[in-house]
Write a protein that binds this ligand. Structure first.
Ligand code: GDP
Ligand code: MG
Length: 798
């Protein structure tokens, strides 16, 4: 029977996996292996995907993918399955027997005689790597509770007991099989940077699956210490690990830690130093036994490879041989320099065929099976599972949040509360900041004599920067929500319930997370697409993310919605956000039907247990974003405002050389700006924007929005500045330049127009192609114009 046929609440045992190699490999490293018990827990509101429970954790899988997993009821499975491999699944490295073999020796020799230790943090997503990193290095690093918050490696340094420790927080991976971009990243880091010590963060309460990655570190013979993280959860569940014994068997020291509170981290660092100094007694090089058939093929191959002198020294011979048997592309690429590579490949090829024929499973499956066999064997002697269900509350919340009827309403409610809070609650501090800047402006006016300098400082710098700075509260609130959703685990549920819909638009539920982050800032959002394994889904997600209205666009939207649609502002805002989403959906469908016809990768996503976000992590995240925003104000926006001011101030019209226009009539007539440089630029573009009901001033704003969208507001701040006490909102309304109809067209244009230079640059780097960046610019501009035009036309009907 197929796994997909299992009803909620039923349990069965996996007997066979079908499907293509990538799918199988992925699913195996997540714990779906022969003989493993799996329980169908909950359907998502649209029946697909389904939440399964396996190896003590929750994972979501699409029905189509669960079709490829064959299961049987426990009793029948017992008869079907050949007994698991024997439990003496490892041996000490024979050649070195205490680490004297070529590779081990080289590793030891690599111990530099200085006091800098390079440490790399490796582990599954959500295993607490970033928490460990933050606790020891104290860096402002975002901590998140869904797969893939850490995308790039972040490095921090600190001093400990006379050593300078450089620690790198690598992206979370389930294995280092070079399957997803993150895995490739981690493997390259280990290969190229050769960190002295690896800290492998392992979730103690989910140890079986987490140790899978550890077995790969064993194969790579890296000096590793396991941080048994979230030990508090393990204790709470009533489970028990004899970690010293376990570490002894695996040849890797293990330290229980609670990264959240910093408990055990001192001990962890002590062991790092011990390992570095070669004074640890637990560490030893072991070989995982892959069974007679595999070992029989592995031996001649590694013997042959052993003869070569040009084999990269980073990893042991046995590891390279294993990778060749698996036909691992990344490894083959790293071995390109070896003269005998093609001969080895042929040997490995024939060996793999023989293994397949004799075991009736492919090499990768055989290796995964053996790895889990090894882990099982080691855990059998050292691990007593707990009897308390610590995830009871998670199941309860999930039953509500992913409920067939309530799932979507709850989700929409959360979104609605988020945007409403941003708008309503943000308004108060916004007024305060506004008042502060006016005071500041008055004071500057007071002390600087009349003239160009005063205008530059008051209208240009203080006015321009102030009009952007007032949105700091909104951005803080937005990130408060995003951060809470990430850290609590709700974000993964959002992906879970949205997958069916996302699938309909040709994407993954996982695409939903970057898209949602796009509401914050498109740059990290586009970077967050790295968690999507499928390249086609990833590129589509990257290209549609700019339609998610980022927080930089929020000031413009808030200003215009407030000025021209008083009383309906929140509705207008929500409609605009929705419009962005609709355009994104249509674009995704379009791309799926034309350029990217097929989607290849499975939707397996861990559903982490709900955790109460820590105040520290949330504040840290908010502050980090706020800091970025302030930095942007202090650099890009400041410089751009000065340039805009300059372009708008010169050349001075002959009849009005005493300063900027002083009253509203002048503003209405175009004031002194019409003949300025900026006026000329605006006039040049005006004909293109005229069908959208725009004049030269809004055309200018569109140009100035290219470096950063917030500049629209500061541009209007400069162009419509008046001496009246009223804010820019009143000035805009009074100018008579906009009707609700043209304001709506402007809003739509700004919403869909490409976000900023930084986003375009990110698209180029993330897709690895300038073509896609160019496509994005052209496509988004065209869409923005057409949509704006349509809105203006439709507006004319009322
Ligand atoms: P990463 O994805 O590996 O970088 O993991 P994070 O550091 O982002 O942590 C994932 C989640 O686990 C966050 O919600 C943390 O607050 C939580 N967490 C981290 N360490 C501990 C711990 O020792 N105990 C408990 N209970 N939770 C932890
Ligand atoms: Mg992290």
């Amino acid at each position: 029977m197929k796994l997909s046929e299992l009803k909620n609440g039923e349990t069965a045992v996996i007997v066979r996996l079908s499907g293509h190699g990538g799918f199988r490999k992925r699913i195996m490293e997540m714990g779906f292996i022969r003989g493993e018990k799996v329980k169908s827990v909950l359907d998502s509101p649209m029946h697909d995907p389904v939440k399964y429970h396996i190896m003590g954790y929750d994972v979501s899988l699409r029905r189509g993918e669960a079709d490829m997993i064959e299961v049987l009821p426990e009793e029948e499975a017992k008869k079907e399955l050949t007994p698991a491999p024997s439990f003496s699944c490892f041996s000490a490295c024979e050649e070195c027997n205490g680490c004297a073999c070529r590779n081990c020796t080289q590793r030891k020799v690599s111990t530099k005689k200085n006091n800098v230790i390079n440490v790399a943090l490796v582990g599954n997503p959500n295993s607490g790597k970033t928490s460990i990193f933050n606790a020891v290095a104290g860096e402002n690093e975002h901590v998140g509770n869904y797969s893939g918050v850490t995308i790039d490696a972040k490095t921090g340094s600190f001093n400990y007991k006379g050593y300078r420790i450089n620690i790198t927080d690598l992206p979370g991976t389930y294995s280092i099989a070079a399957y997803s971009p993150e895995e490739i990243y981690v493997r390259r880091h280990l290969f190229e940077q050769m960190p002295d010590i690896i800290i492998n963060s392992v979730v103690a309460s989910n140890i079986e699956r987490n140790l899978y990655l550890t077995t790969e570190l064993i194969d790579m013979n890296l000096r590793t210490v396991v941080a048994l993280n979230m030990y508090d959860e393990l204790l709470a569940s009533g489970a028990n690990i004899d970690y010293e014994h376990l570490g002894g068997m695996m040849g890797i020291p293990m330290v229980p830690v609670i990264a959240k509170t910093g408990k055990g981290l001192d001990k962890l660092l002590d062991i790092v130093i011990e390992l570095f100094e070669g004074k640890n007694s637990t560490i030893r090089h072991i070989h995982i036994n892959y069974g007679n058939t595999l070992e029989g093929e592995l031996a001649p191959l590694s013997e042959e490879m052993h003869k070569a002198s040009d084999l990269p020294y980073q990893f042991p011979v046995r590891y390279w041989a294993l990778k060749l048997l698996e036909q691992d592309k990344e490894a083959i690429a790293q071995l390109q320099g070896c003269i005998n590579l093609s001969r080895w490949e042929q040997m490995a090829d024939r060996a793999a065929k023989r293994i397949q024929a004799s075991l009736n499973i492919d090499v990768e499956t055989a290796i995964s099976d053996a790895k889990y066999g090894f882990i099982n064997g080691a855990l059998q002697e050292t691990f007593t599972p707990g009897n308390k269900d610590t995830h009871k509350h998670t199941h309860r919340i999930d039953r509500l949040v992913a409920n067939r009827w309530l799932g979507f309403p709850i989700f929409i409610l959360v979104m609605w509360v988020m945007f409403y809070t941003v708008f309503l609650l943000g308004a108060y501090p916004q007024d305060w900041i506004d008042a502060l800047f006016s005071l500041f402006g008055d004071w500057a006016k007071h002390i600087i004599p009349d003239g160009a300098i005063q205008d530059l400082v008051v209208d240009g710098i203080i006015g321009g920067v102030g009009s952007v700075a007032v949105f700091i509260p909104q951005i803080l609130i937005l990130y408060l929500f995003i951060s809470l959703m990430e850290d609590s685990g709700y974000m993964a549920r959002a992906a879970f319930i949205m997958d069916r819909l996302m699938h309909k638009m040709g994407l993954h539920g996982k695409s939903f997370i970057p898209m949602l982050m796009g509401f914050g800032c498109n740059v990290p959002a586009i970077m967050a697409t790295r968690t999507i394994e499928s390249r086609s889904s990833r590129i589509i997600t990257i290209l549609v993310t700019p339609f998610m209205s980022c927080s930089a666009r929020l000031p413009v939207l808030v200003l215009f919605a407030g000025a021209f649609f008083p009383g309906y502002a929140p509705t207008v805002l929500i409609s605009l956000y929705l419009l962005g989403i609709i355009v994104a959906v249509l674009t995704a469908r379009l791309l799926r039907c034309t350029r990217f016809k097929k989607d290849e990768t499975p939707f397996v996503m861990e559903l982490p247990p709900y955790r109460i976000p820590t105040l520290r992590a949330t504040l840290r995240h908010m502050w980090e974003k706020c800091e970025q925003y302030i930095r942007k104000i202090g650099t890009t926006i400041l410089v751009a405002t000065i340039i805009i001011w300059f372009l708008s101030y010169f050349p001075r019209p002959a009849e009005n050389n005493h300063g900027a226009p002083a009253n509203t009539e002048q503003i209405a007539s175009g004031g002194g700006y019409e003949s300025s440089f900026i006026g000329m630029i605006g006039r040049t573009i005006e004909p293109i924007m005229a069908p959208l009901g725009q004049n030269w001033r809004s055309s200018v704003a569109i140009i100035t929005s290219i470096p950063a969208k917030e500049l629209v507001v500061s541009t209007f701040g400069v162009l419509y500045s008046s001496d009246t006490e009223e804010g820019i909102e009143e000035d805009l309304v009074k100018s008579g330049d906009f009707t609700p109809r043209s304001a709506a067209a402007f809003l739509v244009f700004i919403l869909l127009f490409f976000p900023c230079i930084a986003t375009i640059a990110t698209i180029a780097t993330e897709t690895g192609s300038r073509m896609w960046a160019l496509f994005s610019v052209v496509y988004n501009t065209a869409v923005a114009w057409v949509a704006g035009y349509l809105v203006y036309l439709i507006g004319g009907l009322f």
